[in-house]
Write a protein that binds this ligand. Structure first.
Ligand code: KG4
Ligand code: ZN
Length: 408
């Protein structure tokens, strides 16, 4: 995610139409103060280790997509999306070159009720049929988080259901359980607009972070590169489209962090190298832009391949051999070159790659509902006093990486 700076207009235009292409965010360690066992909470009928079919409404408002979805989880742990509605705000933020938090919050407020009604309608259910309401509580922009979480709490209170305050990053991390029935443990590469991390996912609420970015997140690097090449916002899909038209090999771009012992990432220098090449060539022709995008993607995949390979060295010792799985999640997981590189790497290293379908890589509420269901099964529900958490690391015990700008 890239935040725009500058003045916020007094009025906003109407939000963009439904965008089923994209979703978002992070989880708590078990035993946090606002977590409660389901059996202690309100009038829930679910208790720890619940084996029944569960139906959960999910709400996502952490950044620039407003989303609502209803997901079912059967007694065997298989998931099914009953409805999934996403409304993108890109049209409102585009003029500012990034997400304007105040505009984002207002846009969520305007349409969230409507999207929830649509999701419930498409699922063919009333609120009484729900087992829980799950809403993103962080990380993300505080205004949007408040709107989504308070709305979720209101529905939960009015209908006597438990509320689950979901970490957006945990929702990305667990999405393959919904789409491919892949249970933890696995090695996760989480690549979004605000986060770039490798983690071992042990179970909902239990993560070991192996690597993180010491500067820009990968999605942020895509977005900034797109901006400096005049490709608009959001940048990832635009850079990918141009890269397909370009010929890699024309520019000597760096491969950040290659060979470093710790599996951390860095993308700020790569983005700056693209800037220098672009300034040297200005004014840029279309084929210059395409070639720069192609070399940017090549450098990104080479760097990520080396970093994930290093994370595998560490994960190899901790994951059971027979079931070694590599999962990629987050908005950048939609990138085809990245997916192809990871599939090859996984095969060479004795892992199986799992990636959510493109439509569930970006921010969506189906993943929030699913994370809510997974927590509900474990009895991990929250109280009406659950706070929003703009920063919410999946592994709060992870040591800081040396470098600037480490985000959660
Ligand atoms: O997970 P996400 O939807 O939102 C956050 O939680 O941040 O990720 C959004 C990021 C943006 O930076 C966007 O440019 C990037 O994902 N992205 C892509 C692609 N599609 C989205 N990056 C590279 N290639 C793509 N196809
Ligand atoms: Zn996300």
């Amino acid at each position: 995610m890239m935040l725009a700076v500058g003045p916020v207009p007094a009025t906003c235009s109407v939000a963009g139409g439904c965008c089923p292409e994209f979703p978002v965010h992070c989880p708590p360690k078990r035993g946090k103060t606002n977590e409660r066992r389901a059996s202690q909470n309100m009038s829930t009928s679910n208790s720890n280790g619940d084996r029944r079919n569960l139906i959960v409404l999910g709400i996502e408002t952490s950044c620039d997509e407003t989303a609502a979805a209803v997901v079912a989880r059967d007694a065997g742990g298989r998931g099914r999306v009953l409805s999934n509605v996403v409304r993108s705000q890109w049209d409102r933020h585009r003029a500012f070159g990034g997400v304007v938090p105040e505009i984002a919050a207002r846009a969520h407020l305007e349409c969230l009720d409507e999207l929830i009604a649509q999701a419930m309608g498409e699922a063919g259910l009333g609120f009484g049929a729900l087992d829980a309401v799950a809403a993103t509580a962080g990380p993300g922009l505080v205004g949007g988080l408040l709107i989504g979480l308070v709305t979720g709490k209101a529905i939960a209170l009015a209908h006597g259901k438990p509320i689950v305050a979901v970490n957006h990053l945990e929702a990305h991390a667990l999405t393959v359980g919904l789409t491919d029935a892949v249970p933890p443990p696995y090695l996760l590469l989480l690549v979004s607009g605000g986060h770039t991390q490798s983690l071992i996912v042990h179970a909902p609420g239990r993560y070991d972070r192996l690597g993180t970015t010491i500067d820009d997140a990968l999605g942020e690097a895509f977005d900034k590169t797109a901006k400096l090449l005049g490709l608009g916002f959001p940048g990832g899909p635009a850079v990918e489209r141009m890269a397909k038209l370009g010929r890699p090999g024309r520019f000597a771009l760096p491969r950040p962090m290659l060979g470093r012992a710790e599996p951390h990432f860095s993308f700020a220098g790569l983005k700056t190298a693209v800037r220098h090449q672009a300034l040297a060539l200005a004014p840029l022709q279309e084929d210059d832009i395409a070639d720069l995008c192609a070399d940017f993607e090549t450098a990104v995949t080479a760097s990520v391949s080396d970093r994930v390979s290093r994370a595998m060295d560490l994960a190899d010792e901790r994951l059971p051999f027979a079931t070694r799985a590599l999962v990629v999640a987050g908005g950048v997981a939609a990138n085809q070159s990245l997916r192809a590189m990871l599939a090859g790497l996984a095969a060479r290293r004795g892992y199986v790659l799992h990636a959510p379908p493109i439509a569930l890589c970006g921010d969506n509420a189906a993943m929030i509902a699913w994370a809510g269901a997974e927590r509900l099964v474990l009895g991990l529900v929250d109280g009406l006093d659950a706070p929003v958490r703009p920063r919410w690391p999946l592994d709060p015990d992870a040591q800081s990486a040396i470098g600037a700008g480490v985000k959660a």
